[in-house]
Design a protein around this ligand. Structure first.
Ligand code: ARG
Length: 460
């Protein structure tokens, strides 16, 4: 059969395959709540400006509210021939309240309707995602504060570089998330603009008041240009950009968690509830959660690229192409929400193996830079100091001794300037404590940074 909402000009029914091919109801029914919310606001505005009577408005609102209940109870019968969520709900409304239901679409098009629905949906999801992101940041800051004195090796090129504190490392992660948080809130500003009233593309002849609709739906303002309002999907691209960068950060953290739980690093333990075993190797405990987060990063990048490509070269205004925006967006939203939840649950449960981290920092000559700085403080030029320490390290490699394990006489072979007080700077504690400025790894700085991070987060 030809679709009842636009069949008037057609002389034969839609091909059965085409009806299925062009329908979106199997996935866009996820927008039902927002579709009803938007329709109620639209009807309210139409009554306010005299296009609908108050009785008509009330009949529409009551009907839509009942439909909402039917959908929530799983009693709603979604029809593929009715194409999408919008026409399914409108058809049901007309079933229920008769001719008044047919007046709801006055001054509106599915083009501005769907754009409004997605924006309402994205706003809701952004707010849920923000709660999880906050929870993750809070947990990370608290763990960092607890681990402000815990010493581990810091790496460059994944080779032992200089000792750092575990708290400092965790606050590095937290900084990444703080930027992601800003990006999310910035994206929300551009999501929160009302397309409704743009109608199909040019606006409408009815005396609509878009400020009323915007206010009823909690949008900051009506979109400025009707052509742009129905065709803009920048906000979806912005969200998936935010999501891609966030996932990139989570994948970096995941990679470190996976490395750290290995026997070879042995820096942390993840509680059993975040891990799984092997069906063949009885000894195994695998860090599946961080591995999966790392893996899921790929699909979010894919959705960003998919949406950019979807929008590329589209002429104004609405094109059916845009129906393809929903599935990537839904999947990106679900993936980000789940990954953040997993991390927010898991991070506070990390159990650092402090002795093992400390031992790893002691190996690998991580205080070599401190020895060079010591010589510089005693008047040696930095390049000469570098050479002297390099020779000490070569000696240590041969004799299997760390710098702090050498006797004063052994160290003095390389420079007679070295005295007993050198051992103060060669300890790991001395090394981290000496980096005592904003952004440095000293435990006192880590505690201060955690406090600043806590305050910044509480202001959001
Ligand atoms: N299902 C469509 C979408 O998701 C709704 C808008 C369709 N408008 C149209 N004129 N075909 O984009």
């Amino acid at each position: 059969t030809t679709n009842q909402s636009w069949g008037g000009r057609f002389s034969e029914p839609t091909d059965a395959f085409v009806a299925r091919f062009t329908a979106s109801v199997t996935f866009d029914q996820r927008l039902a709540r927002q579709d009803i919310q938007g329709s109620i606001a639209h009807a309210t505005m139409l009554a306010r400006v005299g296009v609908l009577t108050d009785e008509e408005r009330d009949a529409i609102i009551n009907g839509l509210t009942e439909i909402q209940g039917e959908i929530e109870r799983g009693e709603f019968n979604w029809s593929v021939p009715l194409e999408d969520v919008h026409m399914n709900i409108e058809a049901r409304l007309t079933d229920k309240i008769g001719i008044t239901g047919k007046k709801l679409h006055t001054g509106r098009s599915r083009n501005d309707q769907v754009a409004t629905d997605i924006r309402l949906f994205m706003r809701d999801e952004i707010d849920v995602i923000e709660v999880e992101l906050k929870r993750l940041r809070e947990g990370m800051i608290e763990l960092a504060d607890r681990e402000a004195d815990t010493i581990m090796p810091g790496f460059t090129h994944l080779q032992t570089a200089q000792p750092v504190t575990f708290g400092h490392h965790l606050l590095a992660w937290q900084e990444m998330l703080a930027r992601d948080h800003e990006r999310l809130l910035d994206c929300r500003k551009r999501v929160n603009v009302l397309p409704l009233g743009a109608a199909a593309l040019a606006g409408t002849t009815y005396p609509i008041d878009r400020h009323v609709t915007a206010e009823l739906l909690g949008f900051d303002r009506p979109a400025e240009n009707s052509l742009d309002a129905v065709s803009d999907r920048d906000f979806a691209i912005e969200f998936t950009s935010f999501a891609s960068i966030l996932m990139m950060h989570l994948s970096r953290m995941s990679e470190e968690l996976v490395l750290w739980t290995s026997a070879q690093f042995n820096f942390i333990d993840l509680p059993d509830r975040f891990c799984t075993g092997s069906s063949i190797m009885p000894q195994k405990k695998n860090p599946d959660v961080p591995e999966l987060v790392r893996g899921k990063t790929g699909r979010v990048y894919g959705h960003l690229m998919g949406l950019l490509t979807l929008m590329k070269s589209q002429p104004l205004a609405y094109n059916k192409d845009n129906q393809e925006d929903k599935e990537p967006l839904f999947d990106a939203v679900d993936t980000v929400r789940d990954c953040l939840k997993a991390f927010a649950d898991m991070i506070p449960a990390i159990e650092p193996k402090k002795d093992s981290m400390y031992e790893a920092a002691r190996r690998g000559f991580s205080t070599a830079t401190d020895l060079a700085d010591y010589l510089v403080r005693r008047g040696v030029a930095f390049r000469d100091a570098h050479e002297i320490v390099g020779q000490s390290v070569a000696y240590g490699l041969k004799t299997q001794k760390d710098l702090s394990e050498m006797s004063l006489e052994e160290l003095q072979q390389f420079s007679t300037i070295i005295e007993q007080d050198v051992f103060d700077v060669l300890t790991l504690e001395g090394s981290v404590a000496a980096r005592n400025h904003i952004g440095g790894t000293a435990p006192d700085q880590v505690r201060a940074a955690a406090q600043r991070a806590r305050e910044a987060l509480s202001l959001l």
